[in-house]
Design a protein around this ligand. Sequence first.
Ligand code: NOJ
Length: 764
Amino acid sequence: MKKTNISITCMLAVVLLVSCGSPSSNTSGAGTWQSYSGDRNIEKRVDSVLKLMTLEEKIGQMTQFSANWSITGPVMSDDFQPYLEKGLIGSIFNATSVEGIRRMQQIAVDSTRLGIPILFGQDVIHGYKTIFPIPLAEACSWDMALMQRTAEIAALEAASDGINWTFAPMVDIGRDARWGRVMEGAGEDPYLGSRVAEARVIGFQGGAGGKALGELHTLLATGKHLAAYGAAEAGRDYNTAELSEHTLRNVYLPPYEAAAKAGVGTFMASFNEINGVPATANRWLLTDILRDEWGFKGFVVSDYTGINELIAHGVAEDEKHAAELAVNAGIDMDMTGATFIKYLTQLVEEGKVSEKTIDTAARRILEMKFLLGLFDDPYRYLDEERARQNTMTPEFMETARKAVAASVVLLKNDNQLLPITKEKAVTLALVGPLMNDSINLNGEWAGLGDRNKSVPILKGLTEKYKDSTVKLIYAEGSAITETSPEKIAGAVSAARRADVVIAAMGEDFNWSGEAAVRTNIRLPEAQRALLKALKETGKPVVLINLSGRPLDLSWEDEQMDAILQAWFPGTQGGHGIADVIAGDYNPSARLVMSFPRNVGQVPIYYNQKNTGRPVDLTNESIDYKSSYLDTSITPLYPFGYGLSYTTYTISDLRLDKSSMKAADDKIIITANVQNSGTMDGEMVVQLYIRDLVGSVTRPVKELKGFQKIPLKAGESRQVSFELRSEELAFYGIDRKKKTESGSFTLWVAQSSDDNENVATFRVE
Ligand code: NOJ
């Protein structure tokens, strides 16, 4: 049975405008901060609470502790229980049991002076119990409705367990495959990254257009990590990001801004410094840009001990100084560091932090609690029966399976080796460390997903080919980092008895994610030794690569007959991958991060600058150009690339006019797309532009639109894109965002390196 918040509803009934027994008029489904700002009712209710609060209680709201039951950072020594009992905690995270959450909420609402409910947070990144493919993988689906739905499901499962807040989506641009956290984001492109940010925010927060925050199944989302965490030098986690305002604004900031515009309730400051100022102490970023430019009205949480780390960064003398810098920069809540609760009162007394700053931060946090409906019913998200009904349901499994298939990128497929349909009379040798593995499939940041419940690829294929003419032989051949002559011999013997070899290789799941950086991004030697031995049998080999980052697959690209990039696919991994292998799903995914030829090329991304000495790609050996002596400057597989079991053609590119005005104008672009092969499929049609001359240098290509459209074999369709002049705007020489006049090139393409369908236009 649901508990009601007697202490709040009765103690504060008058001032909170909440009548006992009946829900208040305007919290549930009240809308995001965008739509409520100006809603006097919520403002009045927050005012009425704030008036009752002591300075210390307000600072308590600005404090978050970890429940320490599942630690995602260094363990803090502070025991939070005394703070909880005094009503000095705004939020708790990592509380992973319904019973625990209920107990803590009871203490907060029944035993503290004001009974203000706690906000329970958790890293619900790509699923809670049903685990979906890692975010980088899902982004490769280019399917925004799918990503919105998987976020919604994650929110529904987590909220039923009493979680109110997720630290997702991670919207950092990732251009460096060494950095383990690229797995959490949407890849290298600001435009695509922005669309994915919107879809995920809307999904987690539970309403189209981000307008339904406060519905029962919603979580508060977090745009993280503000900002440019992905620009860490050399891909080393937590490292310095040294980048110009030009790059920051034109490349790194757009997805955060898109999250803000989609109504995200909170932001998390990043660990890194940007141009000498750690984000956690960066007032320009957290206040001037986030609040004043973007109009964000939610609250900002630090990252885990991010405030304390200002000492190690060398900008704060001690924790007290760190708290002062952080709060004055615009951090509203301290994640686990306990600096606010220890020092803010004193800092206010000393006049180093104003009371207004504290009031503003506490107000922002309380507003979110009101919007979530926690003041009406602190237990509204906590319901074992709802959790039972809303956990790993058949529909969630079906969506997860589809998400896997939609995220698998077909990188190579010589002689149409794939698909291997059930009708074929063939024997498959199934090998590799990740063939019969369930533990790694969920990848990092996999919530409460039970790793033992994920479907191994071997199981998926066994079920797929049951009662068919396809026969299977399994031999592991190698563990992730180790093998032996005997193991290899076993796999080779299986290969000799088979017609085709399918090898599931890749990384250990915890080689990506936080603090998981690699300088060698190849498959481990043991696995390559196995692949070599398999290749020597002369049998065609299909490589399924599972990894949390783009790997250097140059050798594999030369040696293997087919390659499927399957990332870490989650709970339904084996089934979704089997659907692709058997041709029940025609691969439609396209890369969102370039795959380098070797680690020396990273960071590598399609939207690079031309330089003053651009390389002629038809002859890269011409001297004194911006080239390499030992490899091409092009990636092995570019952004936007991916094959399918059919072929597509684009033709008849037309623009409705050849020029447009710099403001309030648009060009309509149409093209004919055709499925020119023999299998139904889905095509990702991509619109790129190049701004030929700018007040500052412009990328050689920029994605400005895309559509994923189903096409039956042989079917043709006209696609149309609307390119608005505002979408061409960028931060130029005067650091103002505007559309500059001049000539543009435009492509409707199948990938970032497809130059076939090209047109030009002008902005006057
Ligand atoms: C540190 C990570 O950087 C952040 O993404 C995460 O949300 C927090 N730890 C909490 O686990």
